[in-house]
Design a protein around this ligand. Structure first.
Ligand SMILES: NC(=O)c1ccc[n+]([C@@H]2O[C@H](COP(=O)([O-])OP(=O)(O)OC[C@H]3O[C@@H](n4cnc5c(N)ncnc54)[C@H](O)[C@@H]3O)[C@@H](O)[C@H]2O)c1
Ligand SMILES: O=C(O)C[C@H](O)C(=O)O
Ligand SMILES: [Mn+2]
Length: 568
């Protein structure tokens, strides 16, 4: 067990979630840190504490109450929080992440108890650097997860509540990617909100102002990015749930100067590529043979289309232009065609001209009938958008339709996977963005609905980039990670099994992804480490953070009140 020197005494260590052990402080530690009279007599093991916390959790009847309980536990004791969730990963991930976190975020100002992370607020621009340094003091940050909350999951603009998605994504990095939580920070960029309900709510805790846009927004965000680059040049900067325009602009603006990563674009693109690769392993076809409809052409939709397109070019050796012809993007005004007004610049390469249709809005069903897709992907936030007609029409022309309704949270799914299974007589190859229980095949066998959520890959992609101290997160690093994930698909062994590995195996799977990504970074010469490829696996193992208590030694000489601990 490692030993850590800590300069906190008495209440200061008990109220530090990073160092607190509660009843698990040893006799020696209780004496050294002035805790004897502050704790009851019995010394518990971490396992005993987990069992007690699990019991307490079970007494909370709803998922949102469970979410609040776990949030409080995180505020009190990181090791216990992560140990508890790790030992019930499949059961508790949906409580701290999608779908329950969506409800927690939507009610952030009402559920508010204690702040966490870093709040970068527009009217406080002049003191941004001071706040940044204050919140990161004594810490060597590897990972920054930030959101401006304009497009949280499928529930839109959530203002300051966006801290909830940054901190949930950061917690997933720790649980699944093995990132040390003291080296990660969750950030909300509060530039106001256009959510009327929040603006009118007297209890709203964010900056009650319309969203700042344009040059002022760009300058403000740039100031933050430059602080990240100045103080933590090797960190990974993860963007989450920005509105689609800013999502693309920021990614393009910074990707050549810092390791930035947009999860909704790149993480979703990668996990969906893995899922489609696994599915075509079942149908014994090639990527190039697919006709793909992407329903919802926002951050995720365009990210998915580009990722699959680039993989077609790389794997099947066709040109980008030819690969573009295999995709039909459908948004709320129907098929993206050349004649549709106001088509976003980035979508134009996928725009179509369908004879007889080009002048009007072409709905999803018409597109399905006309082009006979083999793959149908939903990232539209349109609950029920894949109607019975759409699904049945697709199944008429395709033996094993690949249907991926990916919108989150669960209530926004484009089609309930059980319906899609039934309407296709069990032929559909299915995966969803949030967890769903298994469907029944006509044979009576369970069909496990894979969770095609970016959490199955982004912690590994990020860990691989951090591990190799990569200067960039390149497209080829992402493809290497996606290929590794696809190779672990259960459906490759049994075609009736899930398209992607079980979420309970996410830590093992992401470790493999991280190794593949770091190996690729070294091959490409963008890594900041000078290891041989063969060394990567051992280096990665050594870097994994695990939720166990180290021994503490009191550091009398340390700066009082500073949350600093270091290994000796
Ligand atoms: N499974 C995953 O890993 C994953 C990852 C990212 C996003 N998502 C989900 O995908 C959805 C979209 O996320 P995003 O970040 O791309 O949001 P976004 O706001 O950038 O994009 C949504 C797009 O859907 C379009 N749309 C809205 N209503 C529509 C309709 N009726 N028909 C067709 N298109 C419609 C919008 O115009 C927009 O272009 C969300 O529900 C989100 O939770 C899932
Ligand atoms: O957060 C998730 O569950 C996945 C994704 O990033 C989303 O925005 O829905
Ligand atoms: Mn997201």
């Amino acid at each position: 067990m490692s030993t850590v020197k800590v300069a906190l005494h008495g209440d200061a260590i008990l109220t530090s979630p990073q160092f607190n052990k509660g009843t698990a402080f040893t006799e020696q530690e209780r004496r050294d840190f002035g805790l004897t009279g502050r704790l009851p007599w019995r010394i518990n093991s971490l396992e005993e504490q987990c069992a007690r916390a699990y019991d307490q959790l079970q007494s909370r009847e709803t998922d949102i109450r469970k979410n609040s309980f776990l949030q409080s536990l995180k505020d009190q004791n990181w090791v216990l929080y992560y140990a508890l969730i790790s030992s019930h990963l499949q059961e508790l991930t949906p409580i701290i992440y999608t779908p329950t976190e969506a409800e927690a975020i939507a009610n952030y100002s009402h559920l508010f108890r204690r702040s966490e992370g870093l709040y970068i607020t527009y009217p406080e621009e002049d003191s941004m650097e001071e706040s940044f340094l204050e919140q990161t003091r004594g810490r060597n940050i590897d990972l920054i997860v930030c959101s401006d909350a304009e497009a949280i999951l499928g529930i839109g603009d959530q203002g300051v509540g966006g801290i909830g998605i940054s901190s949930a994504k950061s917690a997933i990095y720790t649980l699944i990617g093995g990132i040390d939580p003291s080296k990660a920070i969750a950030v909300t960029i509060d530039v106001g909100t256009d959510n009327k309900g929040l603006l009118e709510d007297p209890l709203y805790v964010g900056w009650p102002n319309r969203r700042v846009r344009g040059e002022d927004y760009d300058r403000f965000v740039d100031k933050f990015v430059q602080l990240v680059r100045k103080y933590f040049p090797h960190s990974l900067l993860h963007f989450e749930d920005f509105g689609v325009t800013n999502a693309y602009t920021l990614l393009e603006r910074y990707r050549t100067t810092h390791a930035v990563f947009n999860d909704d674009i790149q993480g979703t693109g990668a996990v969906t590529l893995s899922c489609v690769m696994a599915a075509i392993g079942v149908t014994k076809t090639k990527l190039i043979d697919q006709r793909i409809i992407v329903y919802g052409a926002g951050s995720a939709g365009l990210g998915i289309a580009k990722q699959l397109r680039d993989a077609m070019v790389t794997a099947d050796g066709i040109s980008t232009e030819e690969a573009n012809t295999k995709f039909w993007l459908v948004d709320k005004h129907g098929l993206i065609t050349h004649s549709l007004p106001d088509v976003r610049e980035q979508l134009k390469e996928f725009a179509k001209d369908i004879d007889g249709f080009a002048e009007q809005e072409v709905g999803l069903l018409d597109v399905v009938k006309q082009i006979k897709p083999t793959v149908l992907i939903g990232c539209s936030t349109h609950a029920g958008g894949f109607t019975e007609d759409v699904i049945k029409s697709m199944a008429e022309n395709c033996d094993r339709p690949i249907i991926l309704p990916l919108s989150n949270p669960s209530k926004l799914v484009e089609v309930h996977p059980h319906d899609a299974n039934e309407w296709t007589n069990g032929k559909a190859l299915l995966a969803t963005g949030s967890p769903f229980p298994p469907a029944k095949m006509p044979s009576g066998k369970d069909y496990v609905i894979a969770e095609c959520n970016n959490a199955l890959i982004y912690p590994g992609l990020g860990f691989g980039a951090m591990l190799s101290q990569s200067r960039a997160v390149s497209d080829t690093m992402i493809i290497a990670g996606a290929q590794r994930l696809a190779s672990l698909s259960p459906a490759l062994k049994d075609p009736d099994d899930a398209l992607l590995p079980d979420f309970g195996d996410a830590p093992k799977v992401n470790f493999e992804v991280a190794v593949a990504v770091a190996e690729r970074a070294i091959e490409e010469g963008v890594a900041g480490v000078d290891w041989k490829k063969e060394e990567v696996r051992e280096k990665a193992k050594a870097k994994l953070w695990e939720p166990v208590y180290p021994n503490y030694e009191f550091d009398a000489a340390g700066e009082k009140g500073v949350h600093a601990g270091y290994k000796i």
